[in-house]
Design a protein around this ligand. Sequence first.
Ligand code: THU
Length: 136
Amino acid sequence: MAKLPKSAIQTLRDEALRAAKQAYAPYSGIHVGAAILASDENIYTGCNVENASYGLTVCAERNAIANALLRVSTERASLIQAIYVVSDKEGATPPCGACRQVISEFGHGGLIFFPGKRGIKKIKIEELLPEAFSLS
Ligand code: THU
């Protein structure tokens, strides 16, 4: 993937923040937003959607991926050029294990930005889930 210009990263962050405002999180109170720069060069976003039956909660990252898949029919293994995750929780908000697995499936060669212990952390998606399970 070509190096992302600072302005593109800034736009992704802004879109993730906008998505977080739409979170449905009455149980945890944590509002998470994710923005994907997809292989078609468009941005797709998602927020976390909780449920009174707690286990049905869907994370922001997976909702953003579902949103991108609705629009992008090609290059799906490399659907995610970059994904930016934000939350209004203090401190680190790294993606959960389930999201790491799903991001891996659609993020070949991509980058992820998320709130780490010392500010925003940027790593390769391959580093997010080493030895990811895959059928290919
Ligand atoms: N959450 C996400 O949206 N993404 C993650 O990767 C971790 C957790 C949400 C799910 C739930 O609504 C809230 O954060 C607290 O777990």
